[in-house]
Design a protein around this ligand. Structure first.
Ligand code: 13P
Ligand code: 13P
Ligand code: MG
Ligand code: MG
Length: 391
């Protein structure tokens, strides 16, 4: 007999917030909670936890319907619609921000919400970590995911634990081309890094344990601006990671966030800033709409029920990380509108900056005798967005 599988689905959307892009309103959480409670009573989902990371409404659900279940996605979509309704009534800021479509057609992917889902046969004890970030993009998880699953200086278990010692498979997703490649660590780790060092484009989507193919992590890859074709907000991502007993320990997973690395997002989704891991109560992006925040909640999953949560970064051991993040925030802010604090031109294409530049176009005049820049010498398909025709 096939063993029962549990699915963890973390689905989020920004449906509007209080006082700008700061925090969700409790009434919107209540509205979403009502929808999920009803779905639980009907047996569509087994359990749930509704929360927020800053202005993002987060639905953490467990069920037995697998990833991409139309029924479960419809529950999430309805919860977001109901919450957005409340948001509009209260005149919240950017009400319905991430809901890019009116119509639901079986799956929330492509409609604006972000999704991280994984299905597994529960271990006798199944601890997981759910990560939710505000004011950044999915590629923000690339560096920590690499460190957790491929860097022995972060994860001692890669050396010590036989189940981890054979390494992990990384599914790397290309958001521009909509395709992915599976690469093995440690043998192909330089190839993995060659891709995921470009986090705006290549995103670690899933990680599997090589010894038996068990899923270890899932990260949302939705990028709103690419779906909408314009800036509507950053693509504040979510991730689920299984921990302990054959996977990296909870502390090894959290250790990867002890370095507040620079990520894209922050003010108007247009700036680089340090990713600051915080207790849930501090997931409130105020200074220059940031710096970008990360919330981590720990749960045990038992018979598809969620036991917890534990607020994982509510620990003074992360105080120095936060202090470093403050110093880096100060340093980056002093660059004002200059790169590399402001994002590069490729990323700025999806903001309102092109409208400003458009009006200057006519005022440029040719400089006599100026050398023409040569065509770029190296133009590989993987690095150039214009390289493919007909898509
Ligand atoms: P305990 O001895 O506290 O259970 O910790 C085991 C462990 O492996 C921690 O990483
Ligand atoms: P959110 O993506 O969190 O809505 O932030 C948008 C923004 O422009 C912040 O300055
Ligand atoms: Mg917002
Ligand atoms: Mg947000």
């Amino acid at each position: 007999m096939e063993r029962v599988k549990t699915t963890v689905s973390v689905i989020k959307a920004d449906i509007g917030s209080v006082a700008g892009h700061v925090v969700v309103h409790p009434d919107t959480i209540a509205a979403a909670t009502r929808v999920l409670a009803e779905a639980k009573a009907k047996g569509v989902i087994a359990d749930f936890y509704v929360t927020n990371a800053g202005d993002d409404l987060e639905l953490i659900m467990t069920h037995r319907k697998g990833a991409d279940s139309p029924e479960v996605h419809e529950v999430a979509w309805t919860a977001f619609q109901e919450a957005a309704k409340v948001s509009r009534e209260l005149g919240l800021y950017a009400a319905g921000q991430d809901l890019l479509s009116e119509a639901f057609s079986g799956n929330v992917r492509g409609l604006g919400p972000s999704v991280a889902e994984m299905e597994f046969v529960e271990r006798p004890s199944e601890p997981i970590a759910v990560f939710m970030a505000d004011k950044t993009e999915p590629g923000a998880f690339n560096l920590p995911m690499f460190r957790v699953f491929a860097d022995p200086f972060n994860t001692a278990g890669l050396v010590i634990d036989p189940k981890l010692h054979t390494g992990f498979k990384f599914e790397v997703y290309d958001v521009f081309e909509g395709r992915s490649v599976v690469l093995n660590a440690p043998d192909e780790m330089y190839d993995i890094l060659a891709l995921i060092g470009t986090p705006a484009r290549f995103i670690v989507r899933r990680v599997y344990r090589r010894i038996d193919g068990e899923i270890a992590a899932a990260v949302s890859v939705e990028r709103l601006s690419l779906i909408a074709g314009r800036y509507v907000g950053k693509d504040d991502p979510v991730a689920v990671v299984r921990v302990q007993a054959g996977f990296p320990a909870m502390g090894e997973v959290l250790e990867a966030f002890a370095f507040p690395h620079l990520v894209a997002g922050w003010m108007r989704g247009s700036h680089h800033g340090p990713l600051m891991p915080v207790p849930q109560r501090y997931a409130k992006c105020t200074r220059f709409d940031g710096p970008p925040r990360l919330v981590g909640l720990g749960f045990q999953v038992k018979n598809s029920r969620l036991i917890g949560p534990v607020d994982l970064f509510d620990d003074p051991a992360f105080d120095e990380t936060r202090r470093t993040a403050q110093l880096v925030a100060d340093y980056m802010r002093r660059h004002g509108p200059f790169m590399p604090h402001r994002l590069g031109p490729e990323e700025m294409e999806y903001t309102t900056l092109p409208e400003v530049l458009e009006k200057l176009k006519e005022r440029f005049t040719k400089v006599e005798g100026a050398p023409r820049a040569a065509e770029p010498r190296i133009k590989t398909e993987l690095l150039s967005r214009e390289s493919k025709e007909g898509d």
